[in-house]
Structure formats: C-alpha cells, structure tokens
Design a protein around this ligand. Structure first.
Ligand SMILES: Cc1ncc(COP(=O)(O)O)c(C=O)c1O
Length: 366
C-alpha cells in the first residue's frame, strides 16, 4: 500500500499511474486560451448571402467554391472517415499531415523549458524536431537490439515532467511492429499521454489501437492519408483520442488547417476503399518478393522483418551502395549513421518494375 506521500513521490518518479487527469497535463495558458472564433464558427443556420468573412464575393479563377473558407472542423471528411475507421467524429482530429498533429500535441501539453517528451530511437525524426522547436526536452530510451520497447529503461527515464511518450508502430525506420502487450503496459501505467503513431498500420498484420480509445483516456492514435492511401501531397493526418484531448487540439490548431481542395479530394478518395486495399495487397506482396530476392544478393547481410511499406536492409558498404544506386537514378534512404541501424539502407517498396530495377542495379554492384 502506498501512503499519500510515497504515492506522490512514486508518481513524480513515474512509477505508478494515479487517476488520470487531463487537466494536470494541459499547459496553463492553453487551459485559459480563448480560441480564435472564425466567421464560419460564429454563423449557424441557413443563408445565401455571405458577407461575413471578407472573401471575394465575385468568385475565384477556379471553381466557384474556392473563394470561400473551408469548414474549420472538416465535419464531412470526419463523418466519412468514421464510417471506414469506426471512430466517432468527436474523437477525430485532422491535421495538415500527421506532422501537424505531433506539433499540436507538443504545443498543447509541453510547457517550453520545463516539460519533456520521451521517444524510443531509432524512430521517426519529427518527434524530436517538433519538441526542439517548442523547447520541450527529449528523453531518449533506445529500442532493444530486436527493436522492441525497453520498458525498464522507460520507467527509469520518465519523471513528473514527462508529458508524453511517442511510440511508432510499425516503426520507422526499422519496419517492425512493437509488442502490443508492451504498449499496453505504458497505457496502463504512465500518467501522461501515450501517442501511438500508426502511419504504416495498413501494411501491418496487427490491429490498430484506435478501437481501444474507450479503455485508455491517455491514448492518442495517429494515422495518415500519406502512405497506404497514396495521398501524401494532400497533407491529411489523423489523430484519434478522447473527446477532451480532441477539444484541446482543436482549440489551438490554425482555424483552417485543412484546405478545401484537400477536404474535397480526401472525401473523393474515401469512395475508393477497394482500390486502396488492392494497392496495399500488392505492396505487401511486393515487399515479400523483394525481401526474398534481396536475400539472394551477396552484398545483403540482413533484412529486418517489416510490417510497413519499406525494408530496412543491412548491406556490406551502405554509403557505397547508396552512391551506386544514385548513379543509376535510384534513390533510397541511407540510415547507416542512425543508432542501431549501422550499415543499413531503408528501401521503400516500389512498383514491381521499380523493384526489379533496384535488384538489377544492386546485383551489378562490385
Ligand atoms: C512514422 C511516421 N509518422 C508520420 C509521418 C508523417 O506523415 P504525414 O505525411 O501525415 O505528415 C511519417 C512520414 O514519413 C512517418 O514515417
């Protein structure tokens, strides 16, 4: 049994989860913030003459709708997304790419110069960059050699100012999924937010955490239209979380963060679920084909298991291989200077033809 003082001390040390209270996590100035009220926020009802937002009343050189500001809360997009993902509209935030979701989360919860986030390298680079921009310290607990969470290391590293842990699963650049039970340990015991970045979830054998929102008030799940959906250019990122967390994110986002063209095209794309599923199936098949063909090449030392649309491949001389591929017009990502990825290239799964070009080029290398 913990007495109050011991429990407080332990909580400060990050060892046990007290009753989760979002109010303790949000920055004071954000709690008090009166969000910008746009013309479209203030107007409710029916009208046909819009003289409230200083738009161009004559129209635009494009279609007639582009002279108007878009829906700040993107309700139609969220409604359609909800029918696909099964997550209610009120639990959904849309960002200008998931990169904006990362930035909004850090700005909402991390007091600059005081609070910190925890990341598990090697992982996606924007968690660190967004934290640096917002002057939030970054605690790093390396993944284990088999690229899984080091739970004792995380327990030791967190302190009372750790506001969120970023978990990437499937992880970039390693490609593997993190063990669900390990993530659940964090969700059950960490008193801050556990942000699970599922950018590559559609290529994975494992199910999303998005169906567990009701169980975990400290869970944020990020997904994106940039990968499986093939819409990186539209900049549509998703965060699923409790209504309270989504409310805070909406409060601080720029009012019109998703432009009208992206909203319209995102809606249109969501009519093509079958085509997207076909692309996912083909890319997963190509991943397995590429994996077995790469394994035949003498310069390939190891190919790591992947649940994503890329492979982390250890080769004999990574920078030489990188330069050689570039000389053939093929660009991959050199990850050889990243901790735990020494000697590795990260290769996105291409079309069948592109994968053959890659294999032919690598087999020519001496
Ligand atoms: C793990 C991970 N999260 C997020 C992103 C960024 O996604 P978006 O295009 O939605 O900003 C990437 C992009 O490569 C990524 O690898």
């Amino acid at each position: 049994m913990y007495n109050a003082t011991e429990a407080e001390k332990e909580q400060k040390a990050g060892n046990i989860k007290m009753n989760f209270d979002l109010n303790n996590l949000v920055r004071e100035n954000i709690k008090k913030l009166v969000p910008y009220s746009s013309a479209r926020d203030e107007f409710k009802g029916e009208a046909n003459v819009f003289l409230d937002a200083n738009e161009n009343s004559l129209g635009s050189p494009l279609t007639k709708w582009y002279n108007r500001y878009p829906d700040p809360l993107q309700i139609k997009v969220k409604e359609k997304l909800s029918t696909i993902k099964g997550v209610p509209v009120n639990n959904t935030f849309l960002g200008n790419g998931s990169d904006e979701c990362i930035d909004v989360l850090i700005r909402a919860f991390c007091e600059p110069g005081i609070d910190n986030i925890l990341i598990c390298p090697p992982t996606y680079g924007m968690y660190q960059v967004s934290a640096d921009i917002n002057n939030a310290a970054v605690k790093k607990v390396r993944l284990t050699p088999d690229f899984q969470l080091d739970l004792p290391g995380i327990e030791q590293a967190i302190d009372g100012d750790t506001k969120m842990i970023f978990i990437c699963s499937p992880n970039n650049p390693t490609g593997n999924s993190l063990h669900r039970e390990d993530v659940e340990v964090l969700l059950n015991n960490f008193f801050g937010l556990v942000v699970i970045d599922e950018a590559y979830i559609n290529f994975s054998r494992f199910k999303s955490f998005s169906s567990s929102l009701a169980e975990y008030p400290n869970l944020v799940v990020m997904q994106t239209f940039s990968k499986a959906w093939g819409l990186a250019a539209l900049r549509l990122g998703i965060a699923f979380a409790s209504e309270e967390i989504i409310h805070i994110m909406n409060k601080i986002k720029p009012p019109y963060n998703i432009n009208q063209a992206s909203q319209e095209l995102g809606l249109k794309a969501m009519d093509e679920v079958e085509q997207v599923n076909d692309m996912i199936r083909i890319l997963v098949e190509e991943r397995e084909l590429l994996k077995s063909s790469l394994a035949q090449l003498p310069l390939v030392e190891k190919i790591y298991p992947s649940d994503a649309n890329f492979l982390l491949v250890k080769v004999m001389d990574a920078s030489k291989a990188y330069d050689f591929l570039l000389s053939k017009g093929i660009v991959v990502r050199d990850r050889s200077r990243v901790e735990l990825c020494e000697g590795c290239l990260r290769v996105t799964i291409g079309s069948a033809d592109e994968n053959i070009q890659l294999l032919n080029a690598l087999s020519e290398m001496r």
